[in-house]
Design a protein. Structure first.
Length: 660
């Protein structure tokens, strides 16, 4: 087990002409935590690059170019050529946008004209002839087609409503002279807009209609050509637009950080933490980057006054491979360990994988997790890009579940497909059986289930013991020997736990009864825990030893002893849930398999539906429940042993294109 990385505090004094390159280097390497509390959002309205970023984002959206999620290694601060290229693209896209708007507007005008003409194409009598009728009153105009039926119903027998044209947006309304006022009232209710028609109007000539129809077709073609030009432009300039977008976004971020730093007219000051292993490389790279125009001072944590006074905690950073690193978020979600303490991440990674596999034993479902893990690692699931760093976890639990499924004989809730494998393996050392490990409760497998639950308790014993050992080492490392010895998670608490387990195993397995030496050992340990507070003050040199009097010390002692006993029992019994969830998984799989048989077998239509839906429920719902239970066991049974005080997580300064 490793400790947290050794850290150093670095002070940088940078000339104004070099500050942008230095910030670019620090943000891209992401191994330096700036000490000053600053806002790196880059949302300052005075940021000269923000407008360019917004314009390029508008171009990207207009052209339908998919956005990216992060900066590329090739992303750098913009040059004068980049600025010219960006402005040229903005001008070209503005011209393209204007052409498209003009084409669409022209298409709309021509189409409306054609629709107007078609509405009166069949009118072959002069409109003035209608006005001379003494018995008939007529109205021409526009109306929303959705109200046409309601208008006809409202007018009823008092008039006639005749739709004109194919789209029914124009109508001819007719009624008797006597009923014209009632007709006008109903027309007004439904949003009728009268049209002014010349008295000598006799309809639209056929050649005019054909001409308008040709213009409509031409305007459609022009709109299609403009859209094709937009698509072609996007295809040609896609990579350049994304590159410029990342470049100017980085520049906006650099400017935002620069404006938040301590500075004079010529010099900027940056103070921050870095891992000791990276400090030499940092100094060399910054010296090269600035051509020697930089002053660097490095401090050990114990040389920092705020750390010495206890006002500041040194940031905690770990160095792990990809697999173990994917579990770091689980640690820091609970709390950051103290600087210089034992790193629990490898232990968490191993036991998380083991416990998940035990509780979720199915070879087929495990392969699904394995596939998802590989897809996340390869970044082939864009909607889940925020989960890509969890890919190794899915691979690990997929392998663990697959191995457990091979032992239990489960493959997508089917207990017969792996029967040949079970027969072959069990036949190597005894009578062949369907499964190597029988999880379904039965008269023949009851003893094996008891052993299985005993095995989960053994895992719990190991996890609890490791937690106690980590705490003991941490307390001695932090210079707190009293807590390392007398606390319930110190040496006395560990000895009580270990001896109690030893005694119970001896009685149950070897039938050796409780003897007087057990009482002496347990009594001595409990006596030390009873007076843990006074003994701690004695060792640490605090006076008086009984700070709040004898009676208070007695009460505290009783509480401490009761807490030690109850905590050890609950921490151990909690691991029975591992076996319980493994058993429930087997029972649920058996139910799905049985239901498939009842509808004609796993390969029938009904069986396939039940199998697919049932497995989906198990993978999603039970997978989530098992994950929560494993995390709970880690948090409450393991972390609680040594996470008595939280530290400060190392959060390196980095430029992020999109927040995760």
């Amino acid at each position: 087990m490793l400790r947290t990385s050794k850290m150093k505090l670095v002070e940088l004094m940078i000339l104004k002409q070099d500050i942008d390159r230095v910030l670019e280097y620090l943000g891209k390497n992401a191994n330096f935590q700036i000490q000053n509390e600053t806002d790196f959002s880059g949302a300052d309205h005075n940021n000269s690059y923000s407008e360019m970023v917004a314009n390029l984002q508008g171009v990207r959206t207009y052209l339908g170019i998919p956005d990216v999620f992060e900066y590329t290694p090739e992303t750098t601060l913009p040059t004068e050529d980049d600025d010219r290229s960006a402005r040229q693209i903005l001008a070209d896209v503005e011209d393209l946008r204007a052409r498209e708007m003009e084409a669409l507007d022209h298409k709309k005008r021509v189409t409306n004209a054609y629709d107007e003409a078609m509405a009166f194409a069949n009118l072959k009598v002069a409109y003035s002839e209608f006005e001379h009728l003494t018995f008939l009153s007529m109205r021409f105009g526009k109306i929303d087609p959705q109200y046409l039926d309601e208008l006809k119903f409202a007018v009823g027998d008092r008039g006639v409503i005749i739709p004109l044209g194919e789209d029914h947006t124009r109508i001819l309304a007719a009624s008797s002279k006597k009923g014209r006022f009632a007709l006008d009232t109903e027309l007004k209710r439904y949003g009728f807009i009268p049209l002014d028609i010349p008295t000598d109007f006799k309809g639209i000539p056929d050649d005019v209609i054909e001409g308008l129809k040709a213009q409509v077709a031409e305007s459609n073609d022009e709109a299609v050509r403009v859209i094709e030009d937009r698509t072609r432009f996007a295809s040609i300039h896609r990579a350049e637009i994304i590159r410029l977008l990342l470049t100017f976004s980085l520049a906006a971020g650099v400017q935002a950080v620069r404006e938040s730093l301590e500075s004079t007219q010529l010099v900027y000051r940056i103070l921050g933490w870095i891992a000791a292993d990276d400090s030499t490389t940092l100094m060399q790279d910054l010296d090269n980057c600035t051509e020697g125009r930089i002053a660097i001072r490095v401090y050990e944590p114990e040389e920092v006054p705020s750390v010495q006074a206890g006002r500041e905690k040194v940031p905690v950073r770990y160095r792990h491979g990809k697999f173990v690193k994917s579990f770091e978020r689980m640690i820091f979600s609970y709390g950051a360990p103290l600087y210089g303490t034992i790193d629990p991440t490898p232990v968490v990674a191993f036991f998380f994988t083991l416990l998940f596999g035990i509780m979720f034993g199915d070879a087929g479902q495990g392969l699904v997790f394995l596939l998802v893990g590989f897809l996340l690692i390869k970044k082939l699931i864009p909607p889940l890009y925020q989960w890509n760093h969890f890919g190794p976890i899915f691979v690990a639990i997929g392998i663990s579940s697959t191995i457990m499924g091979l032992l239990t004989g489960e493959f997508f809730a089917n207990s017969t497909l792996l029967a040949p494998f079970g027969h072959w393996v069990t036949g190597l050392w005894g009578e062949p059986r369907h499964a190597i490990l029988e999880m379904m409760p039965s008269k023949d497998s009851l003893d094996k289930l008891i052993y299985f639950f005993g095995f989960t308790l053994c895992i719990g014993f190991v996890i609890n013991s490791i937690g106690l050992i980590i705490n003991i080492i941490n307390q001695f490392s932090l210079g707190r020997p009293a807590k390392a010895i007398f606390s319930k998670t110190g040496l006395l608490g560990a000895f009580f736990f270990w001896y109690s387990v030893f005694m119970i195993v001896r009685i149950l397995v070897f039938s050796i009864p409780f003897v007087w030496i057990d009482a002496v050992v347990l009594g001595t340990i409990l006596l030390g825990l009873f007076f843990a507070e006074p003994f701690s003050r004695l060792v640490e040199g605090h006076r008086p030893i009984l700070e709040n009097g004898l009676f208070s010390a007695m009460i505290e002692g009783v509480v401490e002893v009761l807490e030690v006993v109850s905590t050890n029992i609950s921490n151990s019994v909690s691991f029975l849930r591992v076996g319980a969830f493994a058993l429930s998984h087997a029972v649920l799989s058996f139910i799905i398999f049985t239901m498939s048989d009842l509808v004609g077998g796993s390969l029938s239509a009904g069986g396939l539906i039940i199998g697919i839906f049932g497995n989906l429920v198990i993978i999603v719902l039970e997978g989530l429940i098992v994950t929560i239970q494993v995390i709970r066991l880690q948090y409450y049974e393991f972390f609680s042993k040594f996470f008595t005080e939280t530290g400060r997580e190392f959060t390196p300064f980095r430029f992020t294109y999109k927040e995760k």
